[in-house]
Design a protein around this ligand. Structure first.
Ligand SMILES: Nc1nc2c(ncn2[C@@H]2O[C@H](COP(=O)(O)OP(=O)(O)OP(=O)(O)O)[C@@H](O)[C@H]2O)c(=O)[nH]1
Ligand SMILES: [Mg+2]
Length: 398
């Protein structure tokens, strides 16, 4: 994506720097850094793609939205025949960092969504305006599905309302309001059918801006802008947090074999009802380490809560791991019982490879496998909790 020459825009390099910074911090400090990052939403560039069928009035709409006539300097080219061949960006004169991308039209013949999306590099835009000049069609369905898959948002415009009205006027029982309601309903229904909960549809004539929904679209864009920018930032967050959490997880994973070996070693006690013997105290300790490393201990949660303004209850409501119930000998025994089912299957092979180290005690081999498996599972679950807590701490207010 070509970033603007404007210094005030958050660049890709800045995002990389942010990742580096956060990866060296503990999670509660990371919350601070990310929050600061989110506070800079004014600096985010919003790339709005205007898409839809060929000739539906995309370029004309962009000109109108920028307050330009089709013949003005720097206006997008419009025409009766297929006109826009390559995506081109137009800055909005008033809204800071808002770029409208005029996209080529979807050809009416043999529309191949995959080829079109690739050709216009659909994934690089932050937000979409779909323009339809006629009935709701399959190509609109394809566009919406792709936008939803990318977890991005869109507005839907039904354009050229003036010519729809002119055509309908030829009928004797012409009723403008009824006709406009019908058009809106057709679009809303089409969108609902593909799972859009609250479809936003605007009826517009770029030739008659004072009528229909042009003003409400304008207002809506203006008032939604901060939210859209925040959404752009929020979409980058899971990537940042996943990277940090994966790094921490890898570090802790390195220790699993050592701990499993130790726990199945000399001080091992049989687990009631199982043919494994382990040092439970050692495991309790290790899992406590995970909890602290991921910032899910009481102190860290308190700090995250203070820094994010979200209550501890709200933050912990997204947690599912053993951390919620407390790490006790009993809860570990329970998990070991579950893990040993898996361990029994894996044991033969693993035990053979560990015989030279632990000796020929089958129980020790089984214990080793059960503990390794359990620790891995717990580590994954705690890491997932940490990810969810972090994302929850960044979300909009409770
Ligand atoms: N009546 C009417 N005609 C419009 C309106 N908007 C655009 N047009 C006309 O529709 C034709 C196509 O408009 P464009 O803006 O070039 O359409 P486009 O979607 O950008 O077309 P491509 O770039 O070729 O995909 C032009 O002749 C416009 O003048 C409108 O609101 N009302
Ligand atoms: Mg065009």
């Amino acid at each position: 994506m070509s970033t603007s020459e404007d210094d005030s825009v958050i660049t890709q390099e800045e995002l990389e720097e942010l990742k580096e910074l956060i990866s060296t911090q503990d999670l509660s400090s990371a919350v601070d850094t990310i929050k600061h990052f989110l506070d800079q939403q004014d600096r985010v560039e919003l790339n709005i793609a205007v898409t839809g069928e060929s000739g539906s009035g995309k370029s004309t709409f962009i000109n109108a939205f920028r307050g330009l006539g089709d013949d003005d300097e720097d206006a997008a080219e419009t025409g009766e025949v297929e006109t826009t061949k390559e995506p081109k960006a137009y800055k909005h004169p008033k809204y800071k960092n808002l770029k409208l991308w005029d996209l080529p039209g979807i050809g009416t013949q043999n529309f191949k969504p995959h080829e079109y999306l690739k050709r216009v590099q659909f994934e690089r835009y932050d937000f979409f305006i779909i323009i339809a000049s006629g009935r709701f069609r399959e190509c609109h369905t394809d566009l919406v599905k792709e936008i939803k898959r990318m977890k991005k948002n869109f507005y839907f415009i039904r354009s050229k309302i003036d010519s729809s009205i002119d055509a309908a006027k030829r009928k004797k029982n012409f009723d403008e309001k009824k006709m406009l309601d019908n058009i809106r309903e057709d679009c809303v229904n089409g969108l609902r059918e593909i799972g859009v909960e609250d479809p936003v549809v605007f009826l517009i004539s770029s030739w008659d801006l004072n009528n229909y929904d042009f003003n409400s679209l304008h207002e809506r864009i203006k008032s939604d802008l901060p939210q859209h920018k925040r959404h752009v930032l929020m979409l980058t967050l899971p990537n940042i947090t996943t990277e940090i959490i994966e790094r921490k997880k890898k570090d802790l994973e390195k220790n699993i074999s050592r701990v499993a070996l130790l726990s199945a070693g000399a001080a091992a006690l049989p687990v009631p009802g199982l043919s494994v013997a382990v040092d439970i105290g050692l495991l309790v300790n290790e899992i406590q380490t995970y909890k602290t490393a991921f910032g899910l201990d009481k102190e860290s949660l308190k700090r995250i809560s203070e820094r994010s303004g979200k209550s501890i209850e709200f933050l912990t409501s997204v947690m599912k791991s053993i951390v919620c119930e407390g790490i006790t000998a009993n809860s570990i025994i329970l998990l070991l019982k579950q893990s040993s089912l898996y361990a029994a299957e894996e044991a033969v092979e693993s035990v053979l490879s560990f015989i030279p180290i632990i000796g020929s005690v089958l129980a020790a081999g089984l214990s080793f496998v059960a503990v390794s498996y359990m620790l891995k599972k717990i580590l994954n679950e705690i890491a997932e909790d940490a990810m969810n807590v972090l994302l929850t701490s960044m979300n909009n207010p409770e």
